[in-house]
Design a protein around this ligand. Structure first.
Ligand SMILES: Nc1ncnc2c1ncn2[C@@H]1O[C@H](COP(=O)(O)OP(=O)(O)O)[C@@H](O)[C@H]1O
Ligand SMILES: [Mg+2]
Length: 257
């Protein structure tokens, strides 16, 4: 099972959008895909047709609840949804850090450090899925750190704007620390997202971003992307002329997914 996290400590940059498009794209190709929603806003869970009263992710991570009890099949009108299984979130995920402190001694016994908990849980189910796609919250907290430790590849959507580029530095510092200490095989891809090439300032920022990092082809800011989420219709299902469909096809192709 290959583990891919979508991360950026800034909100509203297109993380959940890219998780939805990636999970449905991989499932369409016949892969068994596990989606883990680690954002307490539960946007991805809802887009995949899963709505739970109270998430049991904290209990699963600690080892109090088995995987079977937290996994729910995705629900949607396209065939690809049949290959997707969701570990859904809810606002109760916000209590994760508190629970981790309370269970400290148990965690030390099982995983050594709390950062390794997700990796430990995923190691038990790795034969069951081809891919695991993880959505993360817009903070550099426990959920994001655990995802960095557990992943093979981090996709970082970022806007070609000042604050977004500044915010990247903090995330990249954390990436380097995790790579050196816990996960030497971790790799990352920076994805310019919601790009509007008609604006000169964005073109300039995009050039700066490309000088700093090796970036993927951009995902443009297009209304089709918003429609995809509100209709819960994967972008690859859009018509032949869809620009957004072409953007995603180029993106997945460029990073071998
Ligand atoms: N490429 C895009 N073009 C147009 N709208 C987009 C695009 N990507 C995301 N959006 C919209 O922007 C908003 C924030 O995206 P979202 O994926 O929820 O960000 P995040 O998960 O990083 O907070 C959503 O309303 C989403 O539909
Ligand atoms: Mg989100």
């Amino acid at each position: 099972m290959k583990v891919i996290s979508i991360a950026n400590n800034k909100g509203g940059v297109g993380k959940t959008m890219q998780c939805f498009q990636l999970a449905t794209h991989l499932a369409e190709k016949g892969n068994r895909v596990l989606v883990i929603d680690l954002d307490s806003q539960a946007n991805l869970s809802n887009t995949l047709g899963v709505d739970v009263q109270r998430t049991l992710i904290p209990e699963w991570l600690i080892g109090d609840v088995p995987f079977e009890e937290i996994m729910v099949p995705a629900d949607g009108k396209y065939d690809c949804f049949e290959n997707i299984f969701v570990v859904p979130s809810s606002r109760h995920l916000a209590s994760l850090s508190k629970l981790l402190i309370l269970s400290e001694s148990e965690i030390r016994k099982n995983a050594g450090r709390k950062e390794r908990l997700l990796k430990l849980r995923l190691s038990k189910i790795q034969e069951r899925f081809d891919y695991c796609v993880i959505d993360t919250p817009p903070v550099l907290g426990d959920e994001l750190i655990m995802s960095l430790v557990a992943s093979d590849h981090i996709l970082i959507p970022t806007q070609a704007q000042d604050y977004s580029i500044d915010g990247l530095e903090e995330l990249m510092d954390t990436f380097e620390i995790i790579k050196e200490s816990e996960n030497s095989k971790l790799k990352f891809s920076i994805i310019p997202s919601m790009f509007n090439g008609r604006r000169k300032i964005e073109r300039v920022r995009m050039e700066e971003l490309s000088e700093m990092f090796d970036v993927t082809p951009p995902i443009r800011n297009l209304v089709e992307n918003q429609e995809s989420i509100s209709l819960r219709k994967p972008i690859f299902k859009m018509g032949k002329r869809s620009k957004a469909k072409q953007d995603y096809a180029d993106l997945w192709n460029s990073i071998g997914l």
